[in-house]
Ligand binder design. Structure first.
Ligand code: NAD
Ligand code: FE2
Length: 395
């Protein structure tokens, strides 16, 4: 565990309400929080068609809060798409922006909020703490478990022309209120349960081994690891288990809180070019890379992985000869198989010839690479990507 003598800081969402049907308490929480009289609800078309935005509008109306909904938020949104959404919202005044959906919608909502109040475009916000003014207050309601975006000061955008994914980090992106309602995640399809669950686990594990790990992020990361390890496979096989969905949703938010304090590392840095160039879903890219990057890091993180093994409940397993640290890596690889995540980049159109440029792009994600406990060269990044090519694709 990290020593309490270092310098560290921690900041998170203003308030969290949680539990089955917590969304029913949204109107109450908003009237309690201030004088919200007009709300903008941001969602994807899938969520709108399911009637989720109408349900929220009705809950708000009961409390005298008028609302309008904007749908059509794309998956893994581009900077241009977010600016088009901002144009659709226009200059109309809303007291609060409510985002309900996966990380894509939550990140879009955060950016819409600061685009409304700052004279900056999305591209000018890329980097750390470049947003100067507070945004419109936000409420974030995650429906995947997940990115943990509801508890991070980050928003990730795709730059379509540059074929890049990139982070915007600002304290002004943290929400005023988070609603964690596991009932909203019961219908999450199996592949999305798998990919987003592995993203959440990656946040927790990378935060725990990050060079910036600290006592607060450690505590959050280990509890996230404990919850997700227990429930990721059961939630995949039995999506209607409220107990496992609750554990995954909480685990995901705690993972987001952990990464807000300590940052992710090489796995995320290597996942971004896969998303930017080949549209590989963020969680699936992380899941593929995670066991290989951890095997690369192993000699630097053995002690930490022993503690992780205990949190995962696999430190001492009868009939398993591998040492605890190796068992963590084995278990992650077993999960990707059980969760039907392909260990194969060619399934997404990546070819051996793409590896050098992917590696150069990943190497340049210094914000995250510098958090990795072991320095990684472009050659070493290439070697990890190549582990995800079937033999025939390797020249
Ligand atoms: N801000 C952060 O801290 C942070 C952290 C990690 C990742 N991200 C970003 O978040 C994005 C990915 O978010 P995600 O993994 O949550 O996926 P997503 O938001 O892209 O959603 C994936 C799909 O699941 C659908 N979906 C969402 N909830 C559903 C539900 N309850 N039932 C049925 N379908 C549902 C969506 O409509 C979409 O088609 C990426 O852009 C990634 O880079 C952000
Ligand atoms: Fe992530």
């Amino acid at each position: 565990m990290s020593e309490p003598t270092g310098n560290y800081q921690f900041q998170t969402a203003g308030k969290i309400i949680a539990g089955p049907h917590a969304i029913q308490r949204l109107g109450h929480a908003l009237t309690g929080a201030g004088q919200a009289s007009r709300a903008l609800i941001v969602a994807s078309d899938t969520m709108r068609k399911r009637g989720v935005t109408d349900e929220i509008a009705a809950l708000l109306a009961q409390r005298g809060i008028a609302s309008e909904a904007i749908g059509g938020v794309m998956r893994e949104p581009t900077a241009d798409h977010i600016e088009q959404l901002a144009d659709r919202v226009g200059k109309e005044h809303f007291d609060v922006y409510i985002g309900i959906g996966g990380g894509s919608v939550l990140d879009a909502t955060k950016l819409l909020s600061v685009l409304r109040t700052n004279r900056l475009g999305v591209r000018e916000m890329i980097g750390t703490e470049l947003i100067t003014g507070e945004g419109i207050p936000t409420v974030l309601i995650p429906t995947t478990s997940g990115t943990g975006s509801e508890a991070t000061p980050n928003a990730i955008v795709t730059l379509a022309e540059e074929k890049l994914k990139i982070g915007i980090v600002s304290r002004h992106l943290l929400p005023r209120l988070v609603v964690l309602d596991p009932v909203l995640t019961l219908g999450l399809p199996k592949p999305i349960t798998a990919a987003t669950g592995m993203d959440a686990f990656t946040h927790a594990l990378e935060s725990y081994i990050s060079n910036k790990a600290n006592p607060i992020s450690d505590m959050l990361a280990l509890e996230s690891i404990r919850l997700i390890s227990r429930s990721i496979v059961p939630a995949f096989h039995n999506g209607s288990s409220l107990e496992d969905r609750s554990a995954m949703l909480l685990g995901s938010m705690l993972g987001g809180m952990a990464l807000a304090g300590s940052g992710t590392a090489a796995v995320h840095a290597m996942a971004y070019p896969l998303g930017g160039r080949f549209n590989i879903p963020h969680g699936a890219a992380n899941a593929m890379l995670l066991p290989h990057v951890m095997a690369f890091n192993l000699d630097r993180i053995r002690d930490k992985l022993e503690i992780v093994a205990a949190a995962m409940g696999i430190a001492k397993e009868p009939g398993r000869p591998a040492a605890a640290a190796e068992r963590v890596i084995e278990r992650i690889a077993e999960w990707t198989e059980e969760l039907e995540i392909p260990q194969d980049l060619t399934a997404y159109g990546v070819q051996a010839a793409d590896i050098p440029s992917l590696s150069a792009a990943a190497f340049n994600v210094r914000r995250l690479m510098d958090n990795n406990p072991k320095p990684v060269s472009t050659g070493q990044i290439e070697a990890v990507y190549r582990k995800l090519l079937p033999r025939e694709a390797i020249k």
